[in-house]
Design a protein around this ligand. Structure first.
Ligand code: HEM
Length: 304
């Protein structure tokens, strides 16, 4: 690590000479994909998170299962990930321009960054030079947080990765984009605990909305805030109204340890953007491989 907390081999202009078009190709491909389907911004951001929290940001999420190994992407926690085509599309173009140079892990990190910006979020630069890893095992996805965790458990889990409570709340603000399937929140709606049928942290009217969504089945989708394709602070406003979709969202407002942060971000979008961008850059540096620890895959789905 250098004094900026950035791993030594990484830099903002890592591909300046080896693949000068890398950033532009990612940006244009993401822009085109979002133009035809704006919901993919959420998908790209979530994929980057699920990559980084398991084995570090090393594109382990992109590896396909083989007959000898069930990979991360086949874990229940990852079955609703989407957007793999966009990464493949970028990789194909980059392999033509500069074969074997740009890692799949960097493509994921850049695509997530561009997705945030095109959805109306902050514009930020990220260090590049991550290498792709050589392990992708379903069992490691146990490191992904469950939507039934409470605020203290989330603080602990993110704390183990070096994040403060404030960074955890800012990162949770990623739920300003996208949706959840009924299966991710239905336990809040029936036999919640011995004294409650519904999760008492839910607004009654909003609980009805969620129940109505779930009447269409486990795969029915509920947007995580009222502006699913716009990166804004509406998610935090929803938490103040007790209209957080996941238990792990609403707990941030229920808990005194995190409520002040939710209120702050609900009041001040610029502060949310500022903290989110710092936290997501930090997330993008989790356990990265560099030097001889990794490789640049030719095909993001397979180890070389
Ligand atoms: C704090 C702990 C977190 C938990 C428990 C959690 C859990 C979940 C769950 C259960 C879903 C819905 C999945 C489905 O039903 O298909 C979801 C969606 C999503 N998560 Fe998280 N998440 C967390 C943090 C994060 C972070 C740190 C990011 C990114 C920085 C993120 C980005 C997203 C996005 C963008 C979606 C929407 C995906 C889409 O629409 O396709 N989440 N999350």
């Amino acid at each position: 690590m250098n004094i900026n907390g950035v791993a030594d081999g990484l830099s903002m202009n890592y591909y300046l000479f080896s693949c000068p078009m890398a950033e532009v190709i990612v940006k244009n491909t993401v822009a085109n994909a979002l133009q035809s389907d704006p919901t993919l911004a959420a998908a790209l951001l979530r994929m980057h998170f699920h990559d980084c929290f398991v084995q570090g940001c090393d594109a382990s999420i992109l590896i396909d299962s083989t007959k000898d190994n069930v990979a991360e992407k086949d874990s229940p926690a990852n079955l609703s990930l989407r957007g793999y085509d966009i990464i493949d599309d970028v990789k194909e173009q980059l392999e033509k321009q500069c074969p074997g140079v740009v890692s799949c892990a960097d493509i994921l990190a850049m695509a997530a960054r561009d997705a945030v910006f095109f959805a109306g979020g902050p514009l930020y630069d990220i260090p590049k030079g991550r290498e792709d890893g050589s392990i992708s095992r379903i069992m490691d996805t146990i490191n992904l947080p469950s939507p039934m965790l409470n605020s203290s458990e989330l603080i602990r889990m993110f704390g183990q990765r070096g994040f403060t409570a404030q960074e955890m709340v800012a990162l949770s603000g990623a739920h300003t984009l996208g949706m959840a399937k009924c299966s991710s929140f239905k336990s809040r709606l029936s036999e919640f605990d011995s004294t409650h049928i519904w999760d008492p942290s839910l607004d009654t009217q909003f609980a009805r909305t969620l129940s109505k969504t779930c009447s269409a089945g486990d795969n029915a989708e509920q947007t995580l805030d009222s502006t699913r394709n716009t990166f804004d602070n509406d998610y935090f406003n929803a938490l103040q109204r007790k209209a957080g979709v996941l238990f792990s969202d609403q707990t941030l407002f229920v808990s005194e340890r995190t409520r002040g942060l939710v209120n702050g971000y609900a009041m001040n979008q610029a502060m949310f953007f500022f903290d989110f961008q710092r936290a997501v850059i930090k997330m993008g540096l989790l356990d990265i491989k560099e030097g001889s620890k990794g490789e640049v895959r030719h095909n993001c789905h397979k180890f070389n």
